[in-house]
Design a protein around this ligand. Structure first.
Ligand code: AMP
Length: 369
């Protein structure tokens, strides 16, 4: 079976690396030069809306998926006329618009920070009355890794923030003083079976994920069950097939949903070595119509993103239990170039191993001593 993938970045590369041993072949479509996924299959280099390239992809593949959430929904729908496309394109449309996404959460009864759709400074001023300060103003579309958002500490910040985000539909959200960020990564098979990996604790810097710990330390059982339940509700709501991630804030009062990603997720990279079945293998299994594999963790894992520059060759491999993944991308500030996963028997051991890492740009020190 040949699996077509919209997007040929590192997520495509890791999907391919998980699917090749299972006997699958891959064809990727990506507009970029030097797609990291090229080591795992053929790459069709073309823009997302290139009808001929989409037709070629459909002709070469039995089933199609994506690894990049800003793929135009129209491209996924066009492919769906020719071949089965998983996950359902509707999940792409919802996740690409922060308003539709929050409304979808609200319909399912999944709590979020209070939000309001706005476009002009006057609308922001009016909405601040119910949302309160501080608040975050975000573009509804094309925002990720903290891009396309401004903090409003004062009503006077509204004008400059609207001007900076530039004439596009916006979402105003209450700024949540969260204790930590969490995510749940879960999968649903074609037969409706679902599975979730343990809830993950995430540390960001400059709007980019830097470190994930799994299972999330000291998470109350009731919150863990709730987070997993929300991920399953989302999967069911779309009749989803494949892997999905839900990002959460943990506050003193409980959990709030921030956003979802209808794809394999950076906070789930630790599952390659740290779980019985990785998110990449289960995504491949799901779209291919195979039973899902066991998502149980093998001990405790930490995943460290390597951003902007890579440590010198060999600098990381001296740390016991470390697995290095390099994506084959040229260095650039803020670019995800690779990741390292540490696996151990306990959180204490993971924290000791993290202390043994050479200096890694932007790596926070998790306060779990
Ligand atoms: P997003 O692009 O919506 O995932 O936001 C990027 C990051 O901004 C999140 O990972 C949080 O660290 C922060 N953030 C987003 N929304 C809020 C909020 N309502 N309150 C506080 N921080 C937020």
């Amino acid at each position: 079976m040949t699996i077509g993938v919209l997007g040929g970045g590192q997520l495509g590369r890791m999907l391919g690396l998980a699917g090749l041993p299972l006997g699958f072949s891959f064809v990727f479509l990506d507009p970029a030069e030097d797609a990291p996924a090229a080591i795992a299959g053929e790459v069709i280099r073309a823009p997302w809306d290139d009808a001929e390239a989409l037709a070629t992809l459909a002709a070469k593949c039995d089933v199609i998926t994506w690894e990049f959430e800003n793929v135009p929904e129209a491209a996924a729908r066009r492919l769906a006329e020719a071949r089965p496309v998983f996950p359902p394109p509707e999940s792409l449309a919802v996740s690409q618009d922060r308003l539709l996404e929050k409304q979808h959460f609200a319909r399912l009864g999944i709590p979020t920070p209070p939000f309001a759709a706005v476009a002009t400074e006057a609308e922001v001023q009016a909405a601040l009355g119910t949302i309160g300060l501080p608040a975050l103003l975000k573009t509804r579309r094309m925002g990720y890794d903290g891009r396309g958002q401004r903090v409003l500490r004062d009503a006077a910040d509204a004008g400059p923030a609207v001007a900076a985000l530039g004439g596009v539909p916006l979402l105003l959200e209450r700024f949540v003083p969260f204790e930590r960020e969490l995510s749940v990564v879960a999968a649903r098979g074609r037969d409706g079976e679902t599975a979730a990996w343990p809830v993950i604790e995430n540390h960001h810097g400059g709007g980019i994920l830097r470190l994930s710990l799994a299972p999330a330390p000291r998470l109350a059982e009731e919150r863990r069950t709730r987070a997993e339940g929300w991920a399953r509700m989302l999967l069911e709501s779309f009749g989803y097939v494949g892997v999905l991630a839900l990002e959460l804030f943990e506050t003193a009062e409980g959990l709030l949903a921030n956003e979802m990603a209808p794809r394999v997720h950076n906070s789930g990279h630790w599952t390659i070595e740290g779980a019985r079945t990785s998110q990449f293998e289960n995504h491949v299994r799901a779209v291919a119509g195979l039973p899902l594999g066991d998502t149980a963790p093998c001990g405790v894992s930490a995943m460290v993103n390597l951003i902007g520059t890579l440590p010198p060759a060999g600098a990381l491999q001296g740390v016991p239990g470390l697995h290095l993944h390099v994506y084959g991308k040229s260095p650039r500030p803020g670019r995800k170039l690779g990741h390292a996963t540490l696996c151990a028997g306990s959180l204490a051991e993971i924290l000791r191993l993290l202390d043994r890492l050479p200096p890694i740009a932007g790596l926070p020190h998790p306060a779990h001593g």
